[in-house]
Design a protein around this ligand. Structure first.
Ligand code: NAG
Ligand code: NAG
Ligand code: NAG
Ligand code: NAG
Length: 955
């Protein structure tokens, strides 16, 4: 309105001047003037703003106020509005939500860097906010609010995931769900993840059940600048729309809720450097760096033009100003240069991190976080030299070596970065890791040395701050969003599971499966000291030697042992038993030449004489730790290579026998590929696994499909194949896989299997199928779908009937995503299952009916074992093998105390081996010594007792 007033004023002044000077011809001139005015008006209509009328002496454009408004908007700082903390209810409040009073909780607030004395007390949630915190009594009028008795359990802020692809890579993965990456070029800052956010992702509910309340959903990493991310809350909304999931919409048109003139909401941008953008678009790192610089130069030019324009406009210097410079494609990147966008850069290696730090200084924008960031711990000073403030490092705990640029990833990175004053965030990259278990990443970082307060902050307050949202999420604090989690144990205790999760004050769980945890789980767990390992990691530029520090072939005496577990055989069944546990006196264990000789009290003859031997025994104090059988890993390609995305570091992929046949020279269609022929020892994967108490592995060849090949069992700690004990058993069983991948059909795969089982065939393949028919070797079938499993169970009895076999066929299923649906039938058919995803996830259509486990349901493992199915635990990728001990311990917790620790150890040792046809004499099995806690707790694996090598390896 102001503008049109000026316009008339100008015209009025002008026309009166004309009137006085030219008198008689004024009528004519007036007509000319009116025509000119009309012309100018039309031009303005056509072009929007910025038109000048110099030739007729008018120099303030139409819409000048709008333009000045735009200019003023450029100066609005990002962040919450000034009156934010006065809010009485959340903008995300769901009408009708009853207030909730959580009584008697142990509250980790996140305040004072997470070190605030833990608050014992009550929390009132109301209006979508945390309204009151402390110790108080509300008039218990009854129905006005929900009462929850926390019984002293832990409450934390909701988990904030700084790196997720929820909704843009939705589960189950189908062709139609890959919306995270555009393939249109390296620079795409104009794309928005919100435009692809699929609200039907099965994982939303699962992640929320793990305590995740907020996620930054980012585009993928195929582009140097991949587009804008969005911060969402993970609860179901009444409107069911993607927009309604936004924490704060930076796109909002409704200025009742958001007035960009008073405050500007932070935006989020995804960038990537290194292998991904190089591979997809740019070819080399040099090209990617140039793509960044070119894009930022473009944005810089627009920004400078805007600033110049606005400076002139504000002075009223409209002459020759032209149009307000802007471009919808580049506005987001211009906002980056204005400090209004949190920039998230996927970046692994020193060279890439350094590139981006230089680019940040060249164009003067700050990087909120480097994601994945595997080498950040090697170069904290480079991070500190970035423009603005040092980027945070958003990390995986132990997921590494899956590609070349993650080769130097270290479990000690979180603590080293924290020690160097860099903010540490643990993130999921969901669905790479299931964000439901993001707290597990924090637990592992804590186990490897990140202080407990920093570890909890790394998934709550720190990511909230990095997002520019710590004014409302990331803390348990009055006035903050009512996003809190009530845990069944201390959140850093292994297996911590929410009992309830509130998002905006709305409870997310109808907790049917709460677990009773031992009291000891209610305290900050005790963790080992890894100072030496962390130091060596830096000394060796990220690649410290992983071989044992020393090996003893003489007598070794372990002192202060709290329990001893051994493999035992009763009848035909091999299992694990706890053969000694500490009473009043600690146990001492004597090992000679790598063989456990005895374990007893100090006064016993055996221990006494060992300690007084001539040849000075080596004494190792386990400080209450345990001795237990080494675990056995299966399911990944561990043993067949190092960096599984690099062909030259691995055995490779075998023909599938249906679509591709082995070369004639290798045996043609009768060929059976043996994993033992492809074994690769002394990899970092294998050595890290060995150091984590997993002393053996079973591996089948990698194959493109149906026919996989012959498995083999090997020692993860051996230097090479010819070393004694390196190959535990050269072949145990034939593996096949039956999956609905489309080519060829499942029914064709079943037809092939039927023929292999029924008809005598020649060659190695025939030899092994003959053994299978005689029940002397299991047939191992990788399968997820319950429908395919059902077909396989029928096939088994069909063959048994047709051939009138006197011994039943032995089938083992690996994978097993939907096995619980046939628990009874599997139990009856005597089919065992190796679960390669110990905590289920609906990654594919075949596993969409998975059983999630607590707090949503009973666990899959428990369900299977209740039906007498022999169950074993495996992994899907090599770097997870190190965590087998935690997988086992976690599975045991889900039995709620109804499984012994010995039986839990069997899940990843004797059960895996017997199901996969590996049968070894007990005397040959390695034992693992842990210090300060047992193999299933947070003890540290410090030694391996190897009867095969005749040594005790000290790690
Ligand atoms: C809080 O819970 C703890 C643990 O269950 C219990 O010992 C204590 O008595 C409770 N306090 C109150 C005030 O209910
Ligand atoms: C804007 O938001 C307010 C407050 O939520 C609401 O009352 C109003 O209807 C909204 N206006 C539009 C146009 O959506
Ligand atoms: C034990 O190791 C030592 C030193 O390496 C070697 O000399 C000795 O022969 C070994 N003894 C046995 C029994 O292997
Ligand atoms: C499992 O095996 C036990 C012992 O043989 C038996 O008592 C029980 O009935 C079996 N359970 C099922 C569900 O088959």
């Amino acid at each position: 309105m102001e503008f049109s007033f000026k316009w008339h004023q100008e015209v009025g002044t002008l026309s009166s001047r004309l009137h006085s000077r030219f008198g008689g011809i004024r009528a004519l001139l007036l007509i000319v003037l009116l025509l000119a005015t009309l012309h100018a008006f039309l031009v303005v209509l056509g072009y929007g703003y910025g038109i000048e009328y110099e030739h007729i002496g008018v120099n303030v454009p139409l819409h000048a106020e709008d333009i000045l408004d735009k200019c003023r908007l450029l100066e609005v700082p990002p962040g919450p509005p000034p009156d934010f903390y006065a809010r009485e209810r959340s903008d995300r409040f769901v009408t009708g939500t009853r207030p909730t009073l959580v009584k008697n909780a142990t509250i980790w607030t996140g305040e004072r860097n997470g070190l605030e004395g833990v608050v014992r007390g009550d929390i009132l949630l109301d209006g979508g906010l945390i309204r009151k915190l402390g110790s108080f009594d509300l008039d218990p009028k009854g129905d006005d609010f929900f009462h929850i008795d926390a019984q002293g359990k832990w409450v934390t802020p909701g988990i904030v995931d700084l790196h997720s692809h929820l909704g843009v890579y939705s589960m189950p993965a189908l062709d139609g769900t890959f919306d995270g990456n555009s393939w249109k070029g390296p620079i795409l800052p104009w794309l928005r993840a919100l435009d692809a956010l699929n609200t039907h992702d099965d994982a939303f509910r699962l992640s929320a059940s793990g305590g995740v309340t907020t996620s930054l959903v980012l585009p993928g990493s195929a582009n140097a600048i991949g587009g804008q991310g969005v911060v969402i809350k993970l609860r179901h909304t009444e409107s069911r729309s993607p927009t309604s999931m936004l924490l704060e919409s930076p796109y909002e048109a409704n200025t009742t809720e958001y007035d960009p003139r008073t405050h500007f909401r932070y935006r989020q941008m995804k960038q990537a450097c290194g292998e991904n953008p190089d591979r997809f678009y740019s070819n080399t790192r040099m090209d990617t760096a140039w793509a960044f610089r070119q894009a930022y130069e473009k944005a810089r030019q627009i920004k400078v033009a805007q600033d110049d324009f606005c400076a002139k406009a504000k002075r009223g210097d409209w002459v020759g100003l032209g149009q307000y410079p802007e471009d919808l494609q580049w506005e987001a990147l211009v906002d980056v240069l204005r400090g209004r966008v949190k920039v998230h850069t996927h970046c692994y290696e020193t060279v890439d991190l350094d590139d981006l730090v230089r680019i940040s200084n060249e164009f003067k924008f700050s990087i909120a976080a480097f994601h994945h960031a595997h080498e950040t711990y090697l170069i904290p000073d480079t991070l500190k030299s970035a423009y603005g403030r040092p980027p945070a490092a958003a990390l995986f705990a132990t997921h590494a070596r899956y590609k070349r640029e993650s080769y130097r990833g270290s479990e000690f990175a979180p603590r080293i970065l924290a020690e160097n004053g860099i903010q540490v965030v643990m993130k999921s990259d969901h669905p790479v890791l299931d964000s439901r278990f993001l707290i597990y990443e924090a637990q592992q970082a804590f186990y490897y040395g990140l202080p407990h307060n920093v570890a909890l902050a790394s998934v709550t307050s720190t990511p909230a701050e990095v997002l520019g949202q710590d004014h409302r999420i990331g803390y348990v604090k009055e006035g903050y969003d009512a996003d809190i989690v009530l845990w069944d144990s201390h959140p850093l205790a292994l297996g911590a599971t929410p009992q309830q999760v509130w998002i905006d004050g709305v409870p997310q769980l109808s907790p049917a499966y709460t677990l009773d945890k031992p009291d000891s789980f209610q305290h900050v767990p005790k963790v080992p000291n890894f100072d030496q390992e962390a130091k060596e990691t830096l000394d060796y530029d990220g690649l410290p030697p992983l071989e044992p520090r020393s090996s003893y072939n003489g007598t070794v005496v372990f002192a202060n042992v709290s329990s001893v577990f051994l493999r035992t055989t009763s009848g035909r069944r091999t299992g694990v038993s706890e053969v000694a546990s500490q009473g009043n006196e600690p146990i001492w264990a004597v090992v000679h030449c790598g063989k456990l000789v005895c374990f007893d009290e100090l006064v016993s003859d055996c221990v006494h004489s060992a300690l007084h031997r001539q040849d000075e025994p080596t004494l190792i104090d386990l400080e209450g730790g345990s001795i237990a059988p080494g675990l056995t890993t299966f399911g990944s390609a561990l043993g067949l290579g190092e960096i599984m995305s690099e062909a030259s570091t691995q055995d490779g992929v075998a023909p599938d026998g249906l679509l591709s046949i082995a070369p004639g020279l290798a045996g043609g269609s009768g060929a059976l590929i043996r994993a033992v022929d492809g074994l690769i020892f002394n990899t970092r994967h294998a050595l890290v696994t060995y150091r984590s108490g997993v002393s053996s592995g079973i591996v089948a060849p990698r194959s493109g499909g149906f026919l996989t090949g012959l498995n083999t069992a090997f020692s993860t700690g051996s230097k090479h194949k010819l070393e004694h004990g390196a190959v535990i058993q050269s072949a145990g069983a034939v593996h096949v896989s039956v999956h609905p991948s489309g080519k060829p059909s499942v029914s064709t795969q079943i037809a092939a299997l039927r023929r292999l089982l029924l008809e005598p065939i020649s060659g190695e393949l025939g030899f092994w199928f003959d053994k299978i028919r005689k029940g002397r070797s299991p047939l191992v079938i990788d399968v997820h779908s319950a429908d395919v499993m059902a077909t396989l169970i029928s096939l088994k009895s069909e063959i048994e009937d047709k051939l009138a076999l006197d011994r039943p066929l032995r089938f083992t299923f690996t994978g097993g995503g939907e096995a619980h649906l046939l628990a009874k039938e599997l139990g009856q058919a005597g089919v065992g299952v190796v679960l390669t995803q110990p905590r289920p996830f609906p990654r594919s259509w075949e596993t969409r009916r998975m059983l999630p486990g607590p707090p949503l349901s009973k666990s899959q493992i428990v369900t299977l074992m209740e039906h007498n199915v022999t169950v074993a635990l495996g992994v899907d990728v090599p770097d997870k093998a190190r965590n087998t001990r935690f997988d086992v311990a976690w599975a045991a917790l889900e039995f709620g105390g109804n499984i012994s620790r010995a039986d839990a150890i069997a899940l990843a040792s004797t059960n895996v081996e017997s199901l996969l046809g590996i049968d070894r004499a007990n005397g040959e099995v390695e034992l693992v010594a842990t210090r300060g806690g047992d193999l299933l707790g947070y003890g540290k694996v410090i030694g391996v007792i190897s009867p095969l090598r005749g040594t005790v390896d000290v790690l």
